[in-house]
Design a protein around this ligand. Structure first.
Ligand SMILES: *[C@@H]1O[C@H](CO)[C@@H](O)[C@H](O)[C@H]1NC(C)=O
Ligand SMILES: *[C@@H]1O[C@H](CO)[C@@H](O)[C@H](O)[C@H]1NC(C)=O
Ligand SMILES: *[C@@H]1O[C@H](CO)[C@@H](O)[C@H](O)[C@H]1NC(C)=O
Length: 401
């Protein structure tokens, strides 16, 4: 029956394949398909979404307490945000397998308080690191390991558990080799002061974000730092943008302004939302802002005194700052006093000279005066003698009676 069927098939459709041949062909096709696909990728870590390409792994809002293990080695973008991770102990890339292709790493909105030595080491392609919205307290200065890291953007917005953690971050930035770092975001960290030279080692930094902090002074302006106008700001030489919006700055000290003028003449300075005090202290900053600086000078308004509230600072007149006469004005005043003295002395000398030239006339005049006086006195004397003669007095009184 099978044979007859086979023969029927052959006789009925010459050239078509037998069921066995069809099966073989399908198998071949399947093999070809398998071979054309890449070797099976590492399995996606269970709580994450993986997509390829681009090689992205997202473990977002999954209540994770640790970085999941088994992240595929070829991942280029890794997002582990909105979890409960509290520590990145290191060493090694996030404590797991090497991630040689990783470009973007976000650990935003976790509870990370401690970052250990080497936590971000062995990430040779890392360009963007987002650690915003964490609670950093302890940060190892060796978190990036010892090899240079090509990091370009570091987001530490609202990342510090306490403002003092900035010292550790500054130590990390000073010791890590981050020659490419262009953007550093430190907004919203309740910072009230900056460690001297905190950013001086970041030779490529272009954008520094310090908005939404409590800074009342920059660098060496800090009241405890001796002041004296010698600023210790030491901003990176290439800096293009300095965002200081919504801090507690009432003015920028003379030393800070002169350092900015000298070393960063084209800096884009953002100062909106600071309680600027429109008195004499604002003078150095205002003088600089008036030179058509890039930044937000047009939107700046006074916060005090009451009479100048909400006044745009660029519209202030010099007299409204009530600057006491000092410095240059004082010396101008001094020279004018000296000039006045010289003129008075000259007038005196001329007067004496005129007197000297007229000494004969004056002598004559003096004699005349003296004679006139004597005549007058004699006349008076005479009248007095008449009045005091009793006989004459009696005589006159008798005649009256
Ligand atoms: C990394 O992030 C940047 C900015 O968000 C984006 O433009 C870039 O495409 C990302 N790179 C990868 C490999 O996902
Ligand atoms: C840094 O993180 C904050 C908070 O997550 C975000 O709003 C901001 O856009 C980020 N900035 C950059 C430059 O990535
Ligand atoms: C500001 O500092 C400069 C240089 O340090 C100095 O010449 C100038 O007199 C100072 N101005 C004020 C108002 O202190």
């Amino acid at each position: 029956m099978l044979v007859s069927g086979y023969q029927q098939g052959v006789s009925a459709r010459p050239g078509s394949l037998s069921p066995l041949g069809t099966g073989l062909l399908l198998l071949l096709l399947l093999l070809l398909l398998l071979m054309s696909c890449p070797p099976p990728a590492a399995p996606c870590p269970l709580p994450c979404d993986c997509s390829t390409p681009p090689e992205t792994v997202k473990c977002v809002n999954r209540e994770l307490a640790t970085v999941p293990s088994g992240i595929p080695g070829g991942v280029r973008s890794l997002v582990i945000s909105g979890n409960r991770i509290a520590r990145l102990p290191g060493p090694g890339p996030l404590g797991g397998s090497p991630l040689g292709q990783l470009v973007n790493l976000s650990l935003r909105a976790n509870r990370i308080a401690a970052v250990g030595a080497g936590a971000f080491a062995s990430l040779p392609r890392l360009q963007r690191l987002d650690l915003s919205e964490n609670r950093l307290v302890s940060v190892s200065p060796a978190a990036f390991g010892s090899a240079p890291c090509p990091l370009r953007e570091l987001n530490l917005s609202r990342a510090l558990g306490e403002p003092s953690a900035l010292e550790q971050v500054a130590a990390l930035l000073a010791s890590a080799r981050l020659p490419e770092l262009r953007s550093l975001q430190l907004s919203g960290n309740r910072l009230s002061s900056l460690p001297p030279g905190a950013f001086s080692g970041l030779g490529s930094l272009r954008h520094l974000g310090l908005a939404d902090n409590s800074l009342s002074a920059l660098g060496g302006d800090a009241p405890g730092a001796g002041g004296g106008g010698g600023s210790l700001l030491q901003l990176p030489p290439q800096l293009e943008t300095l965002d200081l919006r919504r801090n507690a700055l009432r003015a920028l000290a003379n030393g800070t302004v002169s350092e900015l003028r000298r070393r960063h003449p084209d800096l884009r300075l953002r100062l909106a939302g600071n309680p600027l005090a429109c008195d004499c202290r604002l003078e150095p900053l205002l003088a600089w802002l008036r030179h058509g600086r890039p930044g937000d000078a047009e939107s700046l308004v006074c916060a005090s005194p009451e009479s100048l509230r909400e006044r745009p600072v660029l519209q202030l007149r010099a007299a409204e700052l009530h600057c006491p006469l000092q410095g240059d004005m004082e010396s101008v005043l001094q020279t004018s006093y000296v000039f006045l003295g010289i003129v008075l002395a000259l007038i005196g000398v001329i007067f004496m000279f005129v007197l000297y030239l007229n000494r004969k006339g004056i002598k004559k005049w003096l004699y005349n005066v003296r004679d006139a006086c004597r005549d007058h006195m004699e006349g008076y004397h005479y009248r007095y003698e008449i009045n005091s003669d009793p006989r004459l007095t009696n005589l006159s009184s008798n005649s009256e009676a």
